[in-house]
Design a protein around this ligand. Structure first.
Ligand code: PEP
Length: 252
């Protein structure tokens, strides 16, 4: 039985005061409930301390949006896995499509980041996904398979057992377009086949795979009803407590 995760990626939204307020509203909405999914907040770096102060001791976990692979040193503007860990973070995104497409991050760098996250005891949420032209050309499965292979191949059993994968078709992120639950489930199952070839059927079967791309309260239930979809990575709809809570507790 794989665990379910609902993670909110706040991107470059919410300063530390706004972020603490949003975290408090989300906690208030969770009070007295037992969500079926683990809830994770992924604010910008400068907002993280305020959010971890609010969530400490609660069921809500936190994560970083990115990391650099060195522990410390002359890397202006970068943040290490150890720094995230010492703040109390559990998770860190690696290879979000905006890091790949706006900041130009490539597989070799992402592999180093992923290993640094694991070494520091963080759970990497490794993001993969095709752009629209690749989907229209029928190349989506091959593109995603290559993204998985170039970064995850060579991980140990323990490392792959810790890693979470997020399938986020780039054409669905922030666009209002969502993959159909069936298309997403088909890709998740393809990812599991790639993991099976790289590792073992058991490890592939136990890997948590999230879907991301314009998830909202109105489509969360049907996405999460798919056996292959273990949870969701949410951008825009995680910026308001009511919509994020509507995804944590989706109604059909
Ligand atoms: C994301 O940032 O990972 C994302 C899926 O964004 P949105 O939900 O806004 O499409």
């Amino acid at each position: 039985m794989r665990r379910s995760i609902v993670a909110g990626n706040w991107k470059m939204h919410k300063d530390h005061t706004e972020g603490a307020g949003l975290a408090r509203e989300i906690l208030a909405g969770l009070e007295g409930t037992e969500p079926a999914s683990e809830v994770v907040l992924i604010p910008p770096f400068t907002t993280l301390p305020a959010v971890t102060d609010v969530t400490r001791g609660s069921i809500v976990k936190t994560g970083g949006q990115d990391l650099y692979y060195e522990d410390e040193g002359a890397f202006t503007g970068e943040i290490s896995a150890r720094m995230l860990k010492s703040l109390g973070c559990t998770y860190v995104l690696v290879g979000h499509s905006e890091r790949r497409h706006i900041l130009g991050e490539r597989g070799d760098l992402l592999a180093k980041k992923l290993r640094a996250a694991l070494k520091a005891g963080l759970v990497p949420i490794f993001c993969v996904g095709e752009v629209l032209e690749q989907r229209e050309a029928g190349d989506a499965a091959a593109v995603v398979a290559a993204q998985i292979q170039e970064v995850l191949a060579g991980l140990s059993r323990d490392e792959i057992a810790t890693t979470v994968v997020a399938y986020e078709p780039v054409w669905a992120i922030g666009t209002g377009r969502t993959a159909t639950p069936q298309d997403a489930a088909e890709m998740h199952s393809g990812i599991r086949t790639v993991l099976e070839d790289l590792f073992t059927p058991e490890l592939a079967e136990s890997t948590v795979i999230l879907y991301g791309g314009s998830v909202k309260p109105g489509n969360a239930a049907e996405l999460m009803a798919e056996e292959e979809i273990d949870g969701v990575l949410v951008g825009g709809a995680s910026l308001t407590a009511s919509t994020f809570l509507g995804i944590i507790f989706p109604s059909p």
